[in-house]
Design a protein around this ligand. Structure first.
Ligand code: MLT
Ligand code: ZN
Length: 458
């Protein structure tokens, strides 16, 4: 029996895709920058089927790439050279919402938006939100330890994790599922699999904490002179005791792209160099207005809406789509580099970055936006010569390191940044990660070339 026959016997022939046209969407990442070859796309519907698929691939010595919504931006969810794509999208049921224990248990292929809706129906909220919510899956956000819009309030995905079920590289099923706030038995395997980018196991189910919903929410869009001024305003808002649900930034060039793509009206009669979007809870319109008033000349302009579903969010959330549309019209995918630096140095980092990049790549347009509280810039490079992606990434990441930052804030390392791992982690650290990889996946079957260099099979 060939591997494809065996896979078809496990999941049904209609869920083993080999046709180039049918597999294209699974082989191409969201940005269009990463396109690979795949032997087949396999779509199991249960943990037992995932385990069978992994066992079959292991027996045949064929590598696998787990994939959720395929909204990742570092090439981690697509194959490179013939790997089987293991799509988790059919594992899409929500097992439980426990309003007393405040937990949600769900299969890996449930989208973030569906999990949010289930949590809301139980009177609670998922502590994770991101613009790709309708497509991104829980398994994907766990695999990447995704950040998103609510980190300032609830922490990253890792902070939401109470349990996980995952299929290991030998097909065995690991389950940590007590849901207890206090459970100190052994290594933190849930924390380890969170952010492992598909390299250690295939996540099949997740148990997440839920949080009380934000109440009396108001959203303010603030026109401001600089990123530094935005950081100062946020500092004052936090010191004033306000409950910050989100703090995002973008600049005039990004806003122009968003307005063009979505056909939106300008938020203010005049443009400002930088914009701060604040979502605050347990507050009133007047309180937010007072708070911003007290900032004096730091705040050039502001508009406040009752939230949370404010139209003001579109100006920030549509940046990814707008950059992608601009890249498509230019004919080359955008180079996207997600980084963070200490917030106090954020403004000088971005200024120096623009100077250095435009001196080295005069045709490049540098569009940045991101999550202010974490000093997290999404650096998007448009109009780069096609062969300059690696050099430009190198420039960005080296500057990040000079500023004491992280080369991956929230998107992961994936294939995009694998060759720069040693900029961010010591030899001992990388050796420890490789030892873990070898212990859990000795054949190097899971997502080879993602995060770590491909291992030599034992
Ligand atoms: C965002 O914050 O909008 C996302 O991380 C996606 C992006 O970097 O474009
Ligand atoms: Zn982001």
């Amino acid at each position: 029996m060939t591997l494809l026959d065996r896979l078809a016997a496990v999941v049904g022939p209609q869920h083993v895709l080999t046709d180039e046209a049918l597999t294209r969407g699974y082989r191409t990442d969201w940005t269009g920058r990463w396109v690979g070859r795949s032997m087949a796309v396999v779509r199991p519907a249960s943990t037992a089927e995932v385990a069978e698929v992994v066992r079959a691939c292991a027996a045949a010595g064929v590598s696998l790439v787990p994939q959720g919504g395929n909204t990742g931006l570092v090439g981690a969810s697509v194959p490179a050279d013939g790997e089987v794509v293991l799509s988790l999208r059919r594992l899409n049921s929500i097992d439980s919402v426990d309003p007393v224990g405040r937990t949600l248990g769900a299969q890996a292929g449930v989208t973030v938006a569906d999990a949010q809706r289930a949590a809301a129906a139980g009177g609670l909220m998922l502590g994770i939100d991101l613009a790709a919510r309708e497509s991104a899956t829980l398994g994907g956000v766990v695999a990447t330890n995704a950040g998103g819009l609510r980190v300032v309030r609830h922490g990253t995905t890792r902070a939401q994790m109470l349990g996980v079920e995952a299929v290991l590289a030998d097909g065995s099923v690991l389950r940590r599922w007590t849901g207890l706030a206090k459970d100190n038995v052994g290594y933190d395997l849930v924390g380890l699999l969170t952010g492992s980018e598909g390299t250690l196991a295939v996540i099949t189910k997740v148990l997440m904490r839920l949080v009380p919903p934000a109440v009396d929410v108001h959203v303010a869009l603030v026109g401001i002179a600089s990123l530094g001024a935005a950081v100062d305003v946020l500092g004052d808002v936090v010191r004033a005791g306000s409950m910050v649900e989100a703090a995002e930034f973008f600049h005039a060039d990004g806003l122009a792209l968003v307005r063009e793509t979505l056909g939106l009206r300008p938020p203010f009669p005049v443009d400002h160099p930088t914009y701060l979007l604040l979502e605050l809870s347990r507050t009133t319109q007047d309180d937010v207005a007072d708070l911003l008033e007290r900032q004096g000349r730091r705040v050039a302009d502001a508009t406040i809406d009752a939230g949370p579903a404010s139209r003001l969010w579109a100006y920030r959330e549509a940046h990814t789509e707008a950059v992608s549309a601009a890249a498509a019209s230019g004919g080359t995918p955008a180079v996207k580099v997600d980084v963070s630096v200490p917030p106090a140095r954020h403004d000088s980092f971005e200024s120096e970055l623009r100077t250095v990049l435009t001196a080295r790549f005069p045709t490049a347009q540098v569009v940045t936006y991101g999550h202010l509280a974490e000093g997290n810039s999404h650096v998007n490079l448009l109009g780069l010569p096609e062969d300059a992606a690696e050099d430009a990434t190198d420039v960005v990441l080296r500057l990040v390191v000079q500023y004491g930052g992280s080369i991956s804030a929230e998107h992961g390392i994936g294939r995009a940044k694998q060759r720069w791992l040693s900029l961010a982690r010591s030899p001992a650290d990388i050796a420890a990660m490789q030892a873990i990889k070898r212990a859990l996946d000795p054949q190097g079957l899971l997502s080879p070339g993602v995060l770590l260099p491909p291992a030599n099979p034992e």
